[in-house]
Design a protein around this ligand. Structure first.
Ligand SMILES: Cc1ncc(COP(=O)(O)O)c(C=O)c1O
Length: 435
C-alpha cells in the first residue's frame, strides 16, 4: 500500500521563487516546474502541493533504504539525544565502530578510514593520499567522469558542462571511458580487446611524467549516464596503472553498498582497489564521506589533519544503521533481483521505442540513452519524456554528457510492484519519443 501524506501548508510557488531569489543560480533544479519535496516515506515523496511521487532517484542515489526509514531515524534520533558532535579531535564509539565495519566489508586489504562529509571531500582526500604514498603527482581520470565540485575534483571530471573554473588544476590526464555505445575509438566489444583501457599505456607515456600517483574511476559512471564498462576493462586499466607505480582509487560514491547487486560496484570485476571512496547512500541521506585505504597507504598521510564534522557520531550512527538494515533485510540480493526485473522492463520498452539505443547498468542502477539511428543524442525528446514522468508521478534522474539519458535508481528495498508501476509510467511517458 502506498503511504499517504498529510498536506503541507506552504505553497510550491513561494518556495521556488525564494530559491530563485536567494540561492546561487548554479544550483540548478530538475523540471520546468520544480518539485518542492516536503515529506518522504520509504519509496515515496510528497510535494508542497500535496502531490505524491514514486521516487526512483532517491536524492541522487542517496536514499538507499527509504525516506525517513523508521529503523534508521530512531537510531539517529537516539544518538542525537546522546551526543551530536565531538569533532575528529575526540575518538567516539560510532566513528570507530563504522571504521571497523567498513574495514570488514570492503574488499582486499582496505583497513583505515578518514571521514568527511561528501563525495568531493572523500575524493580530495584519496588523491592527496595517493600522492603522499607514491611521491608522484600525475593522476589519470576518465572522460565522462564526475568526482565532485571542488577545484581539484572538478578538474578530474570528464564532462565540459561541469568544468566551470577558468584555470583547471594541472597534472590530470583524461583517458577514454569504456563507453561502448559511443566508443571513442570506433571499436566494438569484445573484438576491441578493451582498447580504451590499453590506450592508457600510451596516455601515461605521452601525457604524464611516466610516473603516476593514481587512476581514479567509478565502477559505473553515474553522472555520465551510468556508463558501464565491459568485463576485462578494469583489469587492464589497473594492470597498466600499477605497472607505472600508480594506485587504483575506486570512487564508489554512487555504486557502493548494494546498489549494483553486489556490496560494491567494483566486485563485478576482478580487481581490488588500493583506496575506495564513499558518500551518498552509505548513511541514507545523512551527510557523510569516507576514504578507506590499505594500512600502509593510510600511514603515508603524516602530519596533521582534521575534519570538523568528519565521522560525526550522528552520521556514523546513520551509516551503521543503514548497513545493519541492508544486511538484515538482504537488500544486496533484492537489488540484484529487482534490478533484473527493472532491466527486463527497460529492454521491453526498447523494443517499443527504438529511440532507446542503449540500456545499461547493473542491479538497481539502470539507465537508458536516447538517440536517433545515427547516434545523434535526442536531448529535447529526453527532456520531454523526463517532464512527462514527473507529471505522471515518477521521479527519475537525467544525465549523460548530452543530457539524453534517464537514470533510474530506486531504493534497495524497492518492491516488484513499484518497479512494475514505475515502468508503466515510464512507458506512457515515452510518447514524445515514439514509444
Ligand atoms: C561518483 C561521484 N563521486 C563524487 C561525487 C561528489 O559527491 P558530493 O556531491 O557528495 O560531493 C558524486 C556526486 O554526484 C559522484 O556521483
Amino acid at each position: 500500500m502506498a503511504p499517504t501524506f498529510p498536506r503541507f501548508m506552504g505553497r510550491s510557488s513561494d518556495i521556488i521563487s525564494g530559491h530563485q531569489e536567494y540561492l546561487f543560480p548554479c544550483v540548478n533544479v530538475y523540471y520546468d516546474d520544480p518539485v518542492v519535496i516536503t515529506r518522504g516515506k520509504m519509496g515515496r515523496v510528497c510535494d508542497a502541493d500535496g502531490r505524491e511521487y514514486i521516487d526512483f532517484f532517491g536524492g541522487i542515489l542517496t536514499i538507499s533504504v527509504g525516506h525517513c526509514n523508521p529503523e534508521i531515524t530512531d537510531r539517529v534520533v537516539a544518538q542525537m539525544r546522546e551526543l551530536q558532535h565531538a569533532s575528529t579531535l575526540y575518538p567516539t564509539e560510532p566513528q570507530v565502530q563504522l571504521a571497523k565495519r567498513l574495514a570488514g566489508l570492503t574488499p582486499g586489504g582496505l583497513k583505515k578510514s578518514f571521514f568527511t562529509n561528501s563525495g568531493t571531500e572523500a575524493n580530495e582526500t584519496a588523491i592527496l593520499l595517493a600522492q603522499l604514498f607514491t611521491d608522484a603527482t600525475d593522476v589519470i581520470v576518465l572522460r565522462h567522469a564526475y568526482h565532485g565540485r571542488s577545484a581539484l575534483t572538478m578538474s578530474m571530471g570528464g564532462m565540459a558542462p561541469w568544468r566551470v573554473q577558468r584555470i583547471p588544476v594541472g597534472g590530470i590526464s583524461h583517458a577514454h571511458a569504456a563507453y561502448c555505445y559511443r566508443c571513442a575509438l570506433g571499436r566494438s566489444y569484445p573484438d576491441c580487446g578493451v582498447a580504451c583501457a590499453s590506450d592508457v599505456e600510451e596516455l601515461i607515456q605521452t601525457a604524464t611524467s611516466g610516473r603516476i600517483a593514481a587512476v581514479i574511476a567509478e565502477p559505473i559512471q553515474g553522472v555520465g549516464g551510468y556508463i558501464t564498462p565491459p568485463p576485462g576493462y578494469f583489469e587492464e586499466l589497473v594492470r597498466i596503472v600499477r605497472s607505472h607505480g600508480g594506485l587504483f582509487i575506486c570512487d564508489e560514491v554512487q555504486t557502493g553498498f548494494g546498489r549494483t547487486g553486489k556490496m560494491f560496484g567494483i566486485q563485478h570485476w576482478n580487481v581490488e582497489p588500493d583506496i575506495m571512496t564513499f558518500a551518498k547512500g552509505l548513511a541514507n541521506g545523512v551527510p557523510i564521506g569516507v576514504t578507506i585505504a590499505r594500512e600502509d597507504i593510510a600511514d603515508a598521510f603524516k602530519g596533521q589533519s582534521i575534519s570538523t564534522f568528519g565521522g560525526n557520531p550522528v552520521s556514523a550512527t546513520a551509516a551503521l544503521a543503514t548497513l545493519d538494515y541492508i544486511e538484515q533485510k538482504n537488500l544486496v540480493e533484492n537489488a540484484r533481483i529487482q534490478g533484473e526485473r527493472l532491466r527486463n522492463h527497460l529492454l521491453d520498452l526498447q523494443k517499443k521505442c527504438p529511440a532507446i539505443r542503449d540500456v545499461r547498468g547493473l542491479g538497481l542502477m539502470q539507465a537508458i540513452e536516447f538517440a536517433s539511428e545515427d547516434g545523434t543524442p535526442l536531448a529535447d525528446e529526453t527532456a520531454r519524456a523526463f517532464e512527462e514522468t514527473r507529471h505522471q508521478g515518477l521521479l527519475l534522474g537525467r544525465g549523460g554528457l548530452y543530457k539524453n539519458c534517464l537514470r533510474i535508481a530506486p531504493t534497495l528495498n524497492v518492491s516488484a510492484e513499484d518497479i512494475d508501476e514505475s515502468m508503466r509510467i515510464l512507458g506512457q511517458s515515452l510518447t514524445a519519443l515514439g514509444g
